[in-house]
Design a protein around this ligand. Structure first.
Ligand code: DC
Length: 217
């Protein structure tokens, strides 16, 4: 079974998808982490994100693995190196949406997502899972929340990671990424027609997970 979880940044979809996968014994695939991993590699190698040809070349020469750990966490491995924490840094967040706009890069990563997804039952989270990566997924969810609530959640999350950010910075970043992700030409963020829409603004993570579980079993 394939479960697609899409939605804007900060709506809580990664946490929900990870818990859901754990409960069901499914593989969890964080597709945003793949775009982040490639952004990290580009920045480390001084490849300008705007140079679409070079970024595409880089994508083809890159190996990204996702490991589901026994404690429920996810390790992101870039060319054999664990970069799980590095990809959450503000510099990566700042550039990742621009890299994710590149059509050819998306094709490389979508192929990887499909290969992984077809290997066993899984929960994938991203922006285009229900519309492009797995349009035939058995279950599709679109997880949303008000911008104010998403800013609030992301701010707390970054503070926990020890990052020195202001709420204003987080608000600017989320609005900017919402805008790039939903207006880009290649696979823009949108709800699949057959996806179940869940507004999580006033719900806890546990409530969202149990709501989704009701639709699955
Ligand atoms: O979910 P996230 O914040 O880690 O995603 C990082 C960026 O990657 C986000 O700005 C949009 C992009 N992305 C995408 O375009 N398609 C996906 N399936 C997942 C993420």
């Amino acid at each position: 079974m394939i479960i697609a979880v899409d939605g804007p940044s900060g709506a809580g979809k990664s946490t929900v998808a990870r818990i859901l996968a754990g409960k069901l014994g499914f593989l969890y695939i964080d597709t945003g982490a793949m775009y982040r991993a490639l952004t990290l590699k580009a920045l480390e190698n001084n490849v300008p994100i705007a140079d679409e040809k070079k970024i595409f070349e880089l994508a083809r020469l890159t190996k990204i693995d996702l490991r589901n750990n026994a404690d429920g966490s996810l390790s992101v491995i870039l060319d054999g190196r664990d970069i799980s924490l590095d990809i959450r840094k503000p510099k990566i967040t700042q550039f990742v949406s621009d890299l994710a706009k590149i059509k050819e890069v998306r094709q490389v990563l979508v192929r990887l997502q499909r290969d992984l997804g077809l290997s066993r039952d899984c929960v994938l989270d991203g922006r285009d899972i229900g519309t492009v990566v797995f349009p035939d997924a058995q279950k599709k969810f679109f997880i949303d929340a008000s911008l104010e609530e998403r800013v609030n959640r992301r701010f707390k999350e970054l503070k926990c990671l020890g990052q020195d950010v202001s709420e204003n910075d987080v608000a600017k970043d989320l609005s900017n990424r919402d805008n790039i992700d939903s207006t880009r030409e290649a696979s823009p963020l949108r709800k699949a027609e057959d996806a179940i829409y869940i507004d999580t603004t006033k719900l806890s993570i546990e409530q969202v997970v149990s709501k989704i579980m009701e639709y699955i079993i």
